[in-house]
Design a protein around this ligand. Structure first.
Ligand code: MF3
Ligand code: CO
Ligand code: CO
Length: 264
């Protein structure tokens, strides 16, 4: 069942989305050769706490924990953001050993919970100068997200989003990850519907009050992924590069609104 949000709830989701976007902008400003992904995580966690919010990934899907003295339950995510470098598709775990190097690409995925509502967004950044191939992948992935959002209108089918993204990616010789998808979001971090980024059954029609993410992961090589032994980190099966961008959007009476923006 897809839970439709009231206009009051969308106001709250707009606030959390705005904070998520501000946090992502801050996180992106930290990207440089020599910084570790755990250093980025720690600075971003402080930023989120300073804005009276909670970093949703911390101990997910377990209960929120004390962010300054986290107690991580078995199998739960151990840090505040996801950091996915190069061939990592999604859900990379911040690590002091993962030091960014010139030429890397890194996705920073930020989710905050403000006043009980989640906002979720991500972007892929180049570290210093990156190759033309990496730059093309990142640009195309951004374009796929934008086209997916443009296809999401009240009355359209949910899977118009996936069809649009798959067509755009494959026209350029890239592939679309199928093992992870976008999701409804609200008081829960992940709720119905699942938002596939590839072509599938049409699914439900989009209606006012639906709030969900679109977060395509686009690969240079094949679409298949492999999960590392840490239980979270997904990598490309063929070791080639992957990029991802994400926004949270709402279907409202005034049209489709991107919630994860800094200036509305
Ligand atoms: N932010 C991710 C998403 O877009 C989910 C991260 S869950 C975590 O849905 F536990 F890995 F943080
Ligand atoms: Co998401
Ligand atoms: Co996310």
């Amino acid at each position: 069942m897809i839970r439709l949000k009231t206009s009051e709830e969308i106001r709250l989701l707009r606030d959390s989305g705005k904070l998520a976007a501000q946090t992502l902008r801050f996180a992106g400003s930290l990207v440089r050769p020599g910084i570790s992904t755990l250093e980025i995580d720690q600075l971003v966690r402080e930023f989120i706490l300073d804005h009276d919010a909670y970093p949703s990934p911390l101990n997910y899907p377990g209960r929120p924990t004390d962010p300054r003295k986290p107690r991580i339950d078995q199998g739960c995510f151990p840090h505040s953001i996801c950091t996915s470098i190069n061939q990592v598709v999604t859900h990379g775990i911040p690590n002091p050993k993962d030091v960014l190097r010139e030429g890397d690409i890194v996705n920073l995925d930020i989710t905050v919970c403000l006043k009980g509502y989640h906002g979720d967004c991500s972007a892929t950044y180049g570290v210093g100068e990156i190759s033309a191939e990496a730059n093309n992948l990142v640009g195309l992935t951004q374009k796929c997200l934008d086209a997916g959002i443009a296809s999401a209108k009240e009355g359209s089918f949910l899977n118009d989003i996936g069809s649009t993204i798959q067509d755009m990616a494959e026209a350029e010789g890239y592939s679309v990850v199928r093992d992870y998808c976008g999701h409804g979001i609200g008081r829960k971090f992940h709720e119905e519907p699942q938002v596939l980024h590839h072509r599938d059954r049409p699914g439900p029609r989009l209606r006012k009050g639906m709030v969900f993410t679109i977060e395509p992961m686009i690969n240079q090589g094949g679409w298949k992924t492999r999960l590392l032994d840490d239980g979270w980190t997904a990598v490309t099966a063929d070791g080639k590069l992957s990029a991802q961008f994400e926004h949270t959007i709402a279907i409202t009476e005034h049209g489709t609104e991107i919630l994860t923006v800094c200036e509305n």
